[in-house]
Design a protein around this ligand. Structure first.
Ligand code: IPE
Ligand code: IPE
Ligand code: MG
Length: 240
């Protein structure tokens, strides 16, 4: 088994293009995407991912037609209710990150109930980002830290991300976990999210396992190579 990221952040993109590419309405892409999300959660828990953060709805997604926004919220609420027993059985703790004050009351109630009933899960921490903006989260975290002796609240700043995976072919972060991804590895797949398979995840994990994460340091086995070089003279080391 290859080393898997402890914290995987997944930008689930390409639902709309999956549907329109098949001549179907966008909402069908979201339905299929929700199905894929369930499979991804189960598979990541099986593979030993400890933290999985899914980008479900960005604060900029409010710019979409009201019908699509409403559909997404209804879909999320119905999945929360249908998945609750399975989450509890599999030891998966679910939290929702992002703003709550603009979400429908019924959705907030489902979120709160699911969070409470899964709170004891220790196998994997699943976070779903809804009405989420990383820039807004950073602003709020710093505002809250002022009254807490400079300590950032972990409701706003999450544990470091090891791997960001984006489906759908775009190569951008779209305001997702910017602070937490400071040293994250990045992976982009051209596959639209509804088509993401466990084989695709295996390939992404295998590629991740090969990467050398240096965090700015020189790896110990290469540090000696530096010692044998002659010291640089001021003339050659000066900025030119
Ligand atoms: C991602 O798929 C789901 C959400 C952002 C809610 P999109 O809806 O962005 O699909 P594309 O990018 O338009 O294909
Ligand atoms: C990012 O996808 C948000 C989610 C996947 C929830 P978008 O489709 O909204 O991002 P952009 O507009 O292509 O940057
Ligand atoms: Mg998109």
């Amino acid at each position: 088994m290859t080393r898997v990221p402890q914290h995987l952040a997944l930008i689930m993109d390409g639902n709309g293009r999956w549907a329109t590419g098949k001549g179907r309405p966008r909402w069908m892409g979201h339905v299929r995407g929700a199905h894929t999300a369930r499979e991804v959660v189960t598979y990541c828990a099986q593979r030993g991912v400890e933290q999985l953060t899914l980008y479900a709805f960005s604060s900029d997604n409010w710019k979409r037609p009201a019908d699509e926004v409403g559909f997404l919220f209804d879909l999320f609420a119905s999945h929360l209710e249908r998945q609750l027993a399975k989450l509890v059985k599999n030891g998966i703790r679910l939290s929702v990150i992002g703003r709550r004050d603009r979400l429908p009351r019924a959705l907030c109630d489902s979120i709160e109930a699911t969070e409470a009933k899964t709170a004891h899960g220790t196998r994997m921490h699943l976070r779903v980002a809804v009405d989420y903006s990383s820039r807004a989260a950073i602003h709020e975290a710093f505002a809250m830290a002022e009254g807490r002796g400079g300590v950032l609240p972990d409701t706003h700043i999450l544990p470091p991300v090891d791997l960001v995976l984006r489906t759908g072919g775009e190569r951008r972060l779209s305001d997702f976990l910017l602070w937490e991804s400071a040293y994250a590895e990045l992976a982009f797949l051209d596959v639209n999210f509804p088509d993401l398979s466990t084989a695709d995840l295996d390939a992404v994990f295998a590629d991740y396992a090969k990467r050398e994460r240096r965090y700015g340091a020189v790896p110990a086995e290469r540090a000696t190579e530096i010692e044998v070089s002659p010291p640089m003279s001021p003339a050659t080391s000066a900025h030119r």
